[in-house]
Structure formats: C-alpha cells, structure tokens
Design a protein around this ligand. Structure first.
Ligand code: PLP
Length: 396
C-alpha cells in the first residue's frame, strides 16, 4: 500500500486544483464498445460518435480470432526489444505487408502513434544538424513532443496554408543546411485534408523532407484505404500512421525507404529501448491487412454519412469548418455552451467528443463527431434531431 500522505501529494493536488479552477479537470470513466457503432457507459448504451474505430474493426471477429491464434502459438510477450531477441518472423512479415500496403519500400512497427512521432522526429533531426523545421499549426501533440525532444525551434505555418509554408521556407529555410516539413494528411480535430500532392511539390522545390502523419486517413482514404500519401507514390519521404484508429487495433508504423527504416532501427529511442509488440497485436494487424483493402463499400458508406451530417449541420446553421472526411466538427464557440450541448446529447443517447482549449483555440470549442461505417443513416438523422433541440436550448 502506498503511504497515505506522500510529500508529492501536496504539489500535485495544487496543480490539479488549478486545472479544476480553469474548468478543465478531466477524469477517467469506464466504457466498452458494442456492435453497430454503440458504446456502453455507466450502464447505458449510447450511439458512439466519439471513438475513432472508423471501420468497426475493433470489434470485428477476424482480428480477434487471429490475435488469439498468434498468442496461443507464440505467447503473450515478445521477450525483449526488437534489436535484442524481440524480432520474430511475424514482425518482419507484417512489416513487409505494411510496406506493400503503403506503397513504400519498407515499414517499421512502433508501440503507439505517440511513440512513433516522439521517437522518429528527433532521430531525423539528429541526422540533419541545423535543419529548419516547419510544422502545420494543428499538428498532433506527439509531433510537438518529438520536436521538443530535439530542442530545435519550429517554424509554424498557418493551418493548411501552403503559401505561408512556402514563404517561411524561403525566409527561414533558405540558409539552413536542410529543411523538414511536418503535417498530417487528415487533421484529427477538424477532419479536413492536407493537399499531399502540393506539399510534395513544395518539398521538392525547396529541397525539403516531407513527413506526414496519416493517423486518421489510414484505412479510410486513398487507394484501398492505404491513406492519402499512397495517392502520391514516392512523394512523401516519411509516412507515419497508426493501427489504433480505423485499423481497430493498437500500435503504429513509419513507412518510407529502406535506408530510413534501417536508420530508425539504430537511432529512434522509442524503437530501440522498448519491448517489441507482442504476437496478439501482430495477429490482429495481419487480419486487418486482409480486411481493409476489401472495404471499399464501407468507405463509401462512411463518406456518405459525412455528407449527410455536414448537410444537416449547415441546415442548423452550424459551422463544420473544412471537414471533408469521417471527422466532422460542429463548432459551437464557448466551452460552457459546448459542454452543455454535449451533455444534452448524452442525455438523449448520443456520445460525441466535447473538444475545448487547449486542444483547440479559444472560442472554437466544438463537438467532434466521429462517424463510423457501422453507423446507419438513421443514426446520423437522429443525432441531428437531438442536436437541433440542444442548440435551441443553448443559444450562442
Ligand atoms: C491518435 C493520434 C496519434 C497517436 O496515436 P496512438 O496510437 O493513439 O498513440 C498520433 N497522431 C495523430 C494525428 C493522432 O490522431
């Protein structure tokens, strides 16, 4: 048992109080995913518009079965880090499948997307002393962690504003020995896309390296769900993505040239000094790689759900930003209004993400509505009806 009054408790309680006073204290609540895009929380079944399991694969029987088979056959642990004894034939085979899926020469599996970004970015920066780093304003926290770990200052360009990026490349990048551009192909809070082809052209023009996080595009967009970078073969130097969203599993990847992967195996701390992902994770992923390319119908349905939801939000007079994907924000303004509307929706049986600062800029608090192929059109219509009521009860 821990001591009842550790000297650590006082400063931590103080820090928590500060978060609480800002109205931003968050707590963990148990929930479990259910079929048909549902979730059970506090004993209630809700229509789940908050999870990122876009294709319903997290509860699909095939990955669960293969995860079980591989665990039965190979065990529950991998024994060591990849460079010691942790690399199995299964790791190499699944990485080869991943590389083919992503249309890249090679791929490497990481324990999580956070870890992949936090480990890969500083490793790349270390290989390019003096590199100037350019990042979209809305990149994920894990990419910031990677940049921070390297200690370099980043030049942030306005979200998806590629003219601004070019301006910064010209003014801040021209004298540097190398340039690195960091962005996402689908942005997690806005559901809009980056123009990967144009980014690739800009990178070539300015002799820059292009790094793209495909966490929300993998499985959903691009040829056979391979992501938006797969539409620009060899146009992106470093393609990163996760298995934890549309692929319904756990873990992440970095894909690119063989030299990139060989280098990361030597230099990415979050790869070198961590235990290899275990067989069950690999088995689930292997099954997912069988399924995802065959799911064009599910992807088309997901796209249709998005169109329906955006039309409905527009009818309600709600801003959905630049969304063109399965992630649809309904921008509501203040934190208080957003929290009230999210609570009203939950009362009505719909779970959405209430996103507020610091995740998004002040004054743009929003519902983040994540659509899933397991939702029906009727689910979207019912959500819109409940939202209409909630918005009426909580005017701007
Ligand atoms: C979720 C996410 C990550 C982190 O991936 P995990 O596998 O959940 O650690 C990284 N980048 C983006 C853009 C994400 O949305």
């Amino acid at each position: 048992m821990s001591r009842p009054h550790s000297p650590l408790d006082a400063p931590l309680r103080q820090a928590l109080d500060k978060i609480e006073q800002a109205g931003r204290r968050r707590v963990l609540r148990a929930a479990s995913m259910a079929p048909q895009g549902r979730i059970v929380r506090d004993g209630r079944e809700l229509v789940d518009f908050a999870s990122n399991d876009y294709l319903g694969l997290a509860t699909h029987p095939l990955p669960a079965q293969r995860a079980g088979e591989w665990a039965q056959e190979l065990g529950t642990g991998s024994g060591a880090s990849r460079l010691v004894t942790g690399t199995s034939a299964a790791h190499l085979a699944v990485e080869a499948r991943l590389a083919a899926f992503k249309k890249c020469e090679a791929a490497m599996i990481f324990a999580s997307g956070w870890q992949a970004n936090a480990a890969t970015i500083p490793a790349l920066i270390a290989a390019m002393p003096g590199v100037a780093v350019f990042s979209d304003r809305l990149i994920h926290a894990s990419m910031h962690a990677g940049i921070a770990a390297s200690g370099v200052r980043q030049h942030r360009f306005r979200h998806n504003d590629l003219a601004h990026l070019e301006e910064l490349l010209a003014t801040k990048g021209a004298e540097a020995p190398a340039r690195l551009i960091l962005t996402e192909s689908v942005f997690s809070m806005d559901g809009d896309r980056a123009d990967v082809a144009e980014l690739s052209a800009i990178a070539r023009r300015h002799d820059a390296i292009l790094y793209v996080d495909e966490a929300h595009a993998t499985g959903v967009l691009g040829p056979q769900g391979a992501g938006l970078c797969a539409e620009v073969p060899e146009g992106v130097d470093v393609v990163m993505g996760t298995f934890s969203k549309a692929l319904g599993g756990f873990g992440a990847y970095v894909a690119g040239s063989q030299v990139l992967i060989d280098y990361l195996a030597n230099a990415a701390s979050g790869f070198v000094f961590t235990t290899a992902p275990p067989p069950a994770i690999l088995g689930a992923l292997d099954a997912t790689l069988d399924l995802v390319p065959t799911m064009d119908a599910e992807r088309a349905h997901l796209a249709a759900l998005g169109d329906r939801l955006r039309d409905g939000l527009a009818t309600l007079g709600l801003d959905h930003g630049g969304s063109s994907t399965q992630i649809v924000p309904a921008v509501l303004g203040t934190e208080a209004r957003t929290m009230a509307i999210a609570a009203a929706l939950e009362d009505a049986g719909f779970l959405t993400g209430a996103i507020r600062p610091p995740t998004v800029p002040t004054g743009t608090s929003r519902l983040r509505i994540a659509l899933r192929a397991t939702h029906g059109m009727a689910d979207v219509d019912a959500l819109l009806a409940a939202l209409a009521e909630a918005v009426k009860a909580n005017p701007a």
